[in-house]
Ligand binder design. Sequence first.
Ligand code: ADP
Ligand code: MG
Length: 247
Amino acid sequence: MTVGIENLTVSYQRHPAVHHVSGRFLEGECTAIFGPNGAGKSTLLKTMMGSLTPDAGRVVLEGYQRKDIAYLPQQAEIDRSLPVSVLDLVATGLWHETGVFGKVGRNGQARALQALEQVGLADFAPRSISALSSGQFQRVLFARILVQDARLILLDEPFNAVDAKTTYDLLELVRLWHDEGRTVIAVLHDYEQVRAYFPQTLLLAREVVAWGKTEEVLTDVHLKRAVETAAHWHERAPVCQADGVVA
Ligand code: ADP
Ligand code: MG
């Protein structure tokens, strides 16, 4: 099972956010995506999820079905005003078994509760999701991934606005997933977190700056190049032609 990225270009109003990106995420690898703001990190994850359509190139999910993939968007993109309980939200991780409008049985509820226990929030099961702190909410979303039993886990800045203790606990879950042979791909901004938990790194600045072993990717030379590349295309605001060439 691999995720192949083949000469991928994805644009908004013809401005490419991801430009000619190629590479592979192998099964069981834990990869951090690192790069400046606006580098196309979220765009790449959304395209892997199938919620954005490439202008050119493609994402090839070899051996994965839709149900094997869990995706956690940046917190700002999640609507928390829904009148949904913590337990119900976690149980939606079972959608591939119950169907989108299906009923979660007693077994499903028990599994959701067990996942909440694993993230330290069992007592919160009946509460409304709108009453949670950002850290607690992130724990709930990780519990949902536990319930889904996903093989490929995509996390977009999972620790933004999350307290240190929660970050540590959730990083330990990432380590557990890695030990279980799951594939984890996470957009992160913290070097120490990347170095400690993610053996692979993709350094992205709209294009691939470097992709491979974390210690070989996160060098001063590569980081400088990432910042320069980002600054360069912000100034020029390139428009992508139909064939993917920047004008
Ligand atoms: P990152 O996650 O690395 O910060 P994004 O993938 O969110 O970067 O964005 C990459 C570029 O695409 C940025 O220049 C951003 O302004 C632009 N962009 C992102 N989403 C949209 C959108 N919905 N409409 C127009 N432009 C967008
Ligand atoms: Mg982003």
